[in-house]
Design a protein around this ligand. Structure first.
Ligand code: ZN
Ligand code: ZN
Length: 239
């Protein structure tokens, strides 16, 4: 599998930057993980968004879904030109019926599919979803293909499910917004340091993302341990 970082920032972008958005490439599919501010523009630098098989949203905070609106306009435009028919699937956590119908109204060129916690096949790939610790309903995901087991934590603080999610992973794209001194119990985000500790415990490679534009890169760099990486926008990682 390959992962391209479209946006590595949160909860808002720096000048010219982009918030959470990633392109996961499997053998047969191109899957967008979140679609934050600026992610759609960067996606277009790599592929025609029509080629995207599906979008998976970890949660509905705007730094993870705001560009779904412009993606929808793109699909609408393509439909008008006769080069797109139907709807793109968009998987998301198990939101209420009311939220679902509001989304379906705002983004008619997507077909929203609610996922529940647990295992589920998407495009014949074995996915697993776990509820994370965050102020709104948020799911982390795990997917296996070949020798690689990929995890995306979405936004989360420390919780039991985080350990269940990353156990057995080979590559983890994780929320490392906080510096070590900012994290603790019942916090909504992890730190780069904590992700690196977990990488050591569970034997995976961590790609630390969701970085604040207000925190110096050097401060994040000081938190890094072992063979782990801070996410670089527009860079592709293979695992
Ligand atoms: Zn976020
Ligand atoms: Zn969030």
């Amino acid at each position: 599998m390959k992962l391209t970082v479209l946006g590595n920032e949160g909860p808002f972008p720096s000048a010219g930057g982009a918030t959470s958005g990633y392109l996961l490439q499997t053998k047969e599919n191109l899957i967008c993980l979140d679609m934050g501010s600026g992610a759609f523009s960067r996606l277009r630098a790599f592929i025609d968004p029509l080629a995207v098989s599906a979008v998976i949203l970890s949660h509905l905070h705007f730094d993870h879904c705001s560009d779904l609106g412009v993606f929808n306009y793109y699909l609408e435009n393509c439909a008008r030109r006769g080069i797109f028919q139907g709807k793109k699937p968009c998987y998301l956590p198990n939101v209420s019926d009311k939220e679902l119908s509001a989304l379906q109204g705002h983004f008619p060129y997507f077909e929203f599919v609610r996922v529940r916690e647990g295992e589920r096949e998407i495009f014949s790939l074995p996915f697993a979803f776990y509820r994370m610790s965050h102020p709104v309903l948020t799911y982390g995901l795990r997917v296996k293909e070949g020798d690689g087991t990929f995890v995306y934590t979405g936004d989360t603080g420390e919780c039991e499910n985080l350990h269940a999610l990353v156990a057995g992973a080979t590559f983890v794209l994780g929320d490392g917004l906080f510096l070590r001194e900012q994290e603790g119990e019942n916090k909504p985000h992890l730190s780069a340091f904590r992700l690196c500790e977990l990488a050591k415990t569970y034997g995976f490679t961590a790609l630390v993302s969701h970085l604040s534009p207000l925190t110096a890169r050097a401060a994040y760099q000081r938190e890094m341990l072992g063979e782990n990486f801070l996410a670089e926008p527009m860079k592709t990682y293979e695992f």
